[in-house]
Ligand binder design. Sequence first.
Ligand code: IMP
Length: 427
Amino acid sequence: MPATVVVGTQWGDEGKGRVIDNLAEKSRMVVRFQGGNNAGHTIVTEEGEFKFHLVPSGILYPQVTAVIGNGVVVDPRVLCEEIDSLKARGYSCENLRLSGNAHLIMPYHILLDAAIETTLGRRKIGTTKRGIGPCYTDKAARIGIRVQDLLDKKILRQKLDTAIGLKNDLLEKVYNSPGVDPFEVMEQYARFADELSPYIADTSLLIDKALKRGEQVLFEGAQGTLLDIDHGTYPFVTSSNPIAGAACVGAGVGPTRIEEVIGVCKAYTTRVGEGPFPTELSGELGDHFVKTGVEYGTTTGRRRRCGWLDLVILKYAVRLSGITGLAITKLDVLSGLDQLNVCSMYEYEHDGAHENYIDFPPHQSIFYHCQPVYQNLPGWKEDITGARKLADLPQEARDYLDLIAEEAGVPVKIVSVGPGRDQIVEV
Ligand code: IMP
């Protein structure tokens, strides 16, 4: 299938990186289309662990052109660091391409992200404080600075002067915090310009050419469906659209070119940051998931909130992204539990009225007060980390996967049973 989008079906951290890594082996191009270095993908190869925040995971394969599309917000400092560290480990970044239309995260975006969170106090979003929201804000307000501005230092200086004037006013007068030094920023960004200019390209055209040659192109989503700014748990969301449709806008391809959408779903649920989470577990069981699943953020190191699998959410993700197949990750983390709970419906009580939701509730205040209704399934005791085909899995694990596929209405295509590259069951 030439064009495949990979998206997260939950609140991010589903393990998209390892699924992309698996699919990238047979691909010629991997394209990021939204988000920025708020994302974090960990890939474990024979050469050890790789953590990516901006560079598409496919860079590890020599045949892959790794593309950062126009919909991504790029912190050039982070990108330069990732390029340098890859080079230091012997990976050439010759096949990296960066859209000239992508927006740049500036130092004042990072300061504003922190200042806004502090001002919100108890009502904070729990952002990654990487400047993502303020950068997308400037993009929409048409005062953003784009990658292509790095190619013309005169234009860069003019745009910086305007933007820094506005932002320093905001930082100093509204948020009572220090602004940035325009000369320092100009100097710093001129250095990034020199480092990044070899990678800047018309990435929409490159993707079009690859698709016309019949090559496999993967579109790598970041974050997850419920962090989508339109369809997620607003305001506790990120500032972009992690659903599959955004691949078209954020990479510059038409919707008729996309042929497959893989939804990545962790075998249980996790979330970082604030906001509602109906199947959240506290106490021992929550701790079990954190410990066994090593549930700490790749980007911020924060402990993830953990809970049972939520099929209401999964069905919502399938609907929003037109998912054609599922990748279930971290199935091994469920091993050893006597009983597994899976949420298949919500109950909502309000003013004496009782409602059941088998589909995702249309309003946040309903979602906030929903109680999960669980189906119980027997667990399994076996270590499944060595499973490579369905028949290697215990019957209970196969029943768990069958239930997911049946409720979601799409087949399970990939199952991961450990962090290693080979710990995959292809269905
Ligand atoms: P922001 O994207 O940094 O503005 O953060 C907004 C919300 O999205 C916060 O709750 C973050 O924790 C969450 N978030 C952003 N990126 C990721 C991710 O890659 N995985 C999980 N949560 C994320």
